[in-house]
Design a protein around this ligand. Structure first.
Ligand code: 5GP
Length: 212
């Protein structure tokens, strides 16, 4: 695995900053990775999604997610208030649009932690978005992590593992794939990707995937 990805190629970007979409199967450690990256980088903002999923223990409304009713979500969709949205594990999740558009226009680096359906919708709207997929070392490792964290029932875990199989098959559509078998290394890789793509003179090269 390369610690210093050579992801910067091509002409200068239209603006500084950038839009970074992070996906990966449930249990792969996206949340932990993103939190570590936010600790290390300035001027990076993490979008807070809206969801119809009920809060888990310890999740705060407006911090982890905006927890909304089905009716409220319907309104967000009807009012074109979402940049993208999708059904994931039987619930709806979406990215509030205004906060993203404003920050991207202001040249702030924005991270979206969303599923592949949402990621591809974002790519349509923001072709310059950098799509990063986090993979586990093995599938059984993913299952182990999901069971150990103990936040889902057996039925929910089975559903998440089923979804994980589909999501993993989409990893090759992403610009960058990072393997999370060592948290420190994976954090460094993600920091490198964000720094490289948002550095002056770098527009990233989306013509091929960079597997780290
Ligand atoms: P969880 O319920 O474990 O917090 O998240 C389940 C899945 O929903 C994860 O794959 C996560 O990336 C995805 N997700 C979270 N927010 C959004 C969003 O705004 N849009 C989409 N499309 N997926 C999201």
């Amino acid at each position: 695995m390369s610690a210093t990805p050579d992801v910067c190629a091509g002409a200068a970007p239209a603006h500084a900053g950038g839009l970074f979409v992070i996906s990966g199967p449930s249990g792969v450690g996206k949340g932990t990775l993103v939190a570590r990256v936010l600790d290390r980088l300035d001027d990076v903002w993490l979008s807070v999604s809206a969801t119809t999923r009920p809060p888990r223990q310890g999740e705060t409304d407006g911090v982890s997610y905006r927890f909304v009713s089905d009716e409220q979500f319907d309104h967000l969709v009807a009012d074109d208030g979402l940049l993208e949205w999708a059904w994931v594990h039987g619930q709806r999740y979406g990215t509030p649009r205004a906060a993203i558009d404003d920050r991207v226009a202001a040249g702030i680096r924005v991270i979206l932690e969303i599923d592949p359906q949402g990621a591809f919708q974002v790519r349509e709207r923001y072709p310059q978005a950098v799509l990063v997929f986090i993979v586990p070392p093995t599938f059984s490792d993913l299952e182990k992590r999901l069971r150990t964290r103990g936040t889902e029932s057996d039925e929910q875990i089975a559903r998440r593992l089923q979804t994980a199989q589909v999501e993993l098959s989409e990893a090759n559509e992403y610009d960058v794939v990072i393997r999370n078998d060592d948290l420190e290394q994976a954090t460094a890789d993600l920091v490198d990707v964000i720094e490289s793509y948002s550095s002056p003179g770098c527009s990233g090269n989306r013509s091929s995937s960079h597997h780290l």
